[in-house]
Each structure stands twice: as C-alpha cells, then as structure tokens.
Design a protein around this ligand. Structure first.
Ligand code: PMP
Length: 435
C-alpha cells in the first residue's frame, strides 16, 4: 500500500511537527513497510534481519494474531465492565505460567502504565511510599515510572531523584563495584538495600517496596549474580516492603531455560509487570499479584482502564502466549540463544574489544571495551558496529550507561541461520575498526 516514499520529505516533516527528543535509530535512518517473522522489509522490498525488536515476540505479522484481531474487530470491542470469555481465557493462561499465589490480573495498555499500577498496589499493600530500585533502571515514560527510572531522571533537565526514591547499584558483576571474581558479589550488591532502608528511616519515610528489571536491560543487558534477588527480596520483605519484578524485557520465554527471569533468580515476586511482547505490537500491559495485595488495593476507588483488558487486547494477549507454546519458541530461544552466545564468544577470541559476552536465551549483551584490563567502555566501536550492521541490513542496538554494550534481542522466531549471520557481520564490522 506504500509507494516508495521520499525519505528526506518524511525527515523534514518529523523535524517540523515532532519534538527533537523523538529519536530515530541509526545515522542513516531506515523505513520499514512490512515484516515477517524476524525480518523487516524497507520501501524497496529489501529484507533486514531484525535482531533488535522484542515487541514482535512471536514474529512480525503473525497470521494467528491478524486472524483473532480481524475477527474480533468485525464483532465488537468493549471494556472490562461487561463479561466476556476472552478476559477469563487470557487470565487463566497467564496464571498458569505464574508460581502459585500470583493469581490476580490487571490489564492496562503499556509497560509504563503497568509499573504505575504496580507502585500503587505496593503502596496500598504496605502503607509505605518509598521505593528502592537499582541505578540505571528503566520502567517507563509516565511521571511515576520516570521517577523510578534512574536512566531517565538522571539526565539533564529531568529533575533528578525524588526524595522517595532510593538507589542501589545495578548488580553488574563485570564493570560494577563488586565483580564476578568475588564469590560474595551478589550478596554485597544486595546488602546495599540495608543502606537504602537506613536512608528511608533517617528521612522519616516508610518503605513501599523494591522494583527492578529482573535482568536490567538499559543498564547493559545485565545478568545479576546468583542469589542476588533472593537476598534483596528477603531484606525488603523483612522491612515490610513489596517486591515488584519488571519482566517487560525478560518474560514470556525469551530466556529459553526460564519463562520468567525471576525463576532464574530463584524468587517469587509479590507483583509481576508484563508489557511489550505480550501484545506482539498491540498495546498491552499486565500486572499480576496476590489476592491479598489486590484486596488491599480494592479498598480504594474503582480501578478502570478504558482500553486495558478490552476484548481485543485479551484475545491478542492469549494468542501470543498460545503461540509461544504451540511453536516451541521458548525452546527455540534456548537452542538458538546458546548458538548465538557461542558464536559471539568465538568472536571474543579474535577481537580484543569484546570484553564480555553475556546472555541468557535470546537476551544478549556484548560489552565492548577499549582494553580488557581497564574495561574502559568502547562507545565509538559500539556506534560503528550498530551502524555498519544496519548497512548490512541487520538490526541490533546498544545499551549501558556508556552506550557500549551491543544489545541483541530478536523476535523468538530467529533461527540458526539468523544468528550465524549476526556473528559473521559483527566479525566484519569489528575487524574494520580494529583489524
Ligand atoms: N519496563 C521496561 C523494562 C521496559 O523496557 C519498558 C519499555 N522499554 C517499559 C517498562 C515501558 O514500557 P512502555 O514503553 O510500553 O510504556
């Protein structure tokens, strides 16, 4: 339906009618008009390998999603004030994936909204207000979600940290204060929660809880040391706080060996937040909690979201979860993710700028360094790599406080050929800059 469109014209229009902080990816922006599985096609029909986008969890343009959406839109689309079987079906499927006790669902329209709601639930259940959260976190673009997102509020002009927000280090055992060679590293990071709790008490505050991305993504695709979250949760709970797991980036099978990242950390959160992939492109956020927490929250005003939990949203969410199971995508993430990790680790032997390759399933980071001893972040090399891969028609991104960690996070449909293509292209791009 789209004729080849003049990119310069679209760029001019953007500049005139959108804010400058609405960013485009890549030095040379790219336009896509179609997608299929882990591929995107530009206006000339040229294919790109999508190794970046996690929203199209079960693949771009999945025919089953299109079919349920078209069929429901041809009937009706109403809200949660009326009964509809899709609401139960989606909730049942979600709850079947959760540990026992996490059994009450709230449906909203985005990860930001879901995190806002999680904060309200934690405050209602605990009676406290203050939040402990790791540095460099990201939880969304709304006022409350930005306030708990150090990645945003610490940027110039963003107003800084609210007095009710208490930061601990992100548990990065490669470049953080405590490192993987220290067997007590996870425990040392977790012990920082005690300092945060003291800070709250000293300021006359009261703890509501802890929120964290279970595997922090914008902080640089971090996999916390074993035992870290269990120790954090124990400290938070003994101080009367609620533990919130933001699984927006990590949930729904991406990790291969775990359906949720909290399983890998051996914990059961009090509140789980889901977003992005759960709608495969349809705006959808979910909060799942215990009966007890939901009941405390229900003592307040009615909870209503006009679009959250619509018939259409519930059908799409349920379909996404079914497709992950029916197509064995979690198993694929494990197999193909391991192949990607081995491929990247083989590159590490040839390229001194690869300081660390880390990952779990299809949640992958390549930490680029100026030299392996100092671990100084190689931001310029990362910039070169993602832009060169874009020229080779492969989409990846970069993250981390210094923007030096390559982020590879494809739809779960990616195959062996796809990950081998990424490794070969990266080999070429890195050789160009550091022969
Ligand atoms: N939490 C995490 C971990 C995220 O990565 C994001 C989005 N990148 C959000 C929350 C916010 O989700 P949304 O953009 O749908 O509001």
């Amino acid at each position: 339906a789209f004729a080849a469109t003049d990119e310069a014209e679209l760029l001019d229009y953007r500049q005139a009618h959108f804010a400058a902080n609405l960013k485009l990816s890549y030095r040379q922006p790219v336009m896509f008009v179609r997608g299929w599985k882990h591929h995107l096609f530009d206006q000339w029909g040229r294919p790109y390998l999508d190794a970046y986008n996690n929203v199209p969890h079960v693949g771009h343009a999945h025919p089953r999603i299109r079919a349920v959406a078209a069929s429901q839109l041809a009937r009706m689309n109403a809200n949660t004030r009326y009964l509809h079987p899709a609401q139960r079906a989606f909730a049942q499927k979600l709850i079947s994936k959760m540990p026992a006790g996490l059994e009450v669902c709230f449906f909203v329209n985005s990860g930001s909204e879901a995190n806002e709601l999680a904060l309200r639930l934690a405050r209602a259940a605990s009676g406290g207000y203050d939040i402990v959260t790791p540095d460099h976190g990201y939880h969304g673009n709304t006022t409350g979600a930005t306030a708990i997102s150090a990645y945003k509020f610490n940027k110039p002009g963003m107003g800084g940290r609210q007095p009710w927000v208490h930061l601990v280090d992100v548990a990065d055992d490669y470049r953080g204060r405590f490192r993987a060679d220290d067997p007590a590293c996870g425990e040392r990071y977790a012990a920082q929660v005690d300092d945060a709790l003291e800070e709250i008490a000293a300021g006359g505050g009261l703890l509501a809880g802890f929120i964290g991305e279970v595997f922090p993504s914008v902080a640089g695709q971090i996999i916390p040391p074993a035992g870290y979250l269990a120790s954090v949760y124990a400290r938070i709970r003994s101080a009367g706080g609620i533990c919130i797991a933001d699984e927006v980036q990590t949930g729904l099978g991406r990790l291969g060996d775990a359906y949720f990242a909290f399983e890998q950390q051996g914990v059961v959160p009090d509140i789980v937040v889901l977003g992005k992939p759960i709608g495969n492109g349809h705006p959808l956020g979910v909060v799942i909690t215990t009966r007890e927490i939901a009941d405390r929250f229900a003592q307040g005003a009615e909870f209503f979201s006009t679009f959250g939990g619509s018939n259409l949203s519930c059908l799409i969410g349920k379909e996404v979860l079914d497709i992950v199971d029916d197509e064995g995508l979690q198993q694929n993430a494990a197999i193909v993710g391991n192949r990607l990790l081995s491929g990247l680790r083989a590159l590490q032997d040839r390229h001194a700028c690869i300081g660390e390759v880390r990952g779990f399933g299809l949640f992958t980071g390549v930490d680029l360094v100026e030299d392996r001893d100092s671990r100084a972040p190689a931001t310029a090399i990362a910039d070169h790599a993602i832009n060169r891969l874009r020229e080779m028609r492969i989409l990846i991104g970069r993250e981390g406080p210094a923007d030096n960690v390559l982020k590879i996070r494809p739809p779960l449909t990616i195959d062996a050929e796809g990950v081998d293509t990424i490794c070969a292209a990266l080999d070429t791009a890195l050789a160009e800059i550091q022969p």
